[in-house]
Design a protein around this ligand. Sequence first.
Ligand code: SF4
Length: 103
Amino acid sequence: MKSCRREFIVRSAVGLVSSAFFPLVAHAAEELSETDPSAVALGYRVDATKVDKAKFPRYAAGQNCANCQFYQGSASSKTAACPLFTGKTVEGAGWCNGYARRG
Ligand code: SF4
């Protein structure tokens, strides 16, 4: 009887932790794909050196998401959110035509 009560308490605690944790996991941002229509429109590439320079002449060597003012992570973050692509993360080494040098 005592072990049944203990098991109930443990299962209840696990249930509470699960319901508190999984909504956060379910809303974790997914990484922006280069084939996403909004990414294609802005010429986003996960590797800035692969930008189509003929199509996006604003690109200059050395520019990437990590030194863009819209990048929501630190300069050393591998990925971070970008307000131009709501709900997605972009690569620090990436680039898109919305680039603006971090001040
Ligand atoms: Fe990267 Fe800046 Fe373009 Fe966002 S706006 S994808 S941080 S270059």
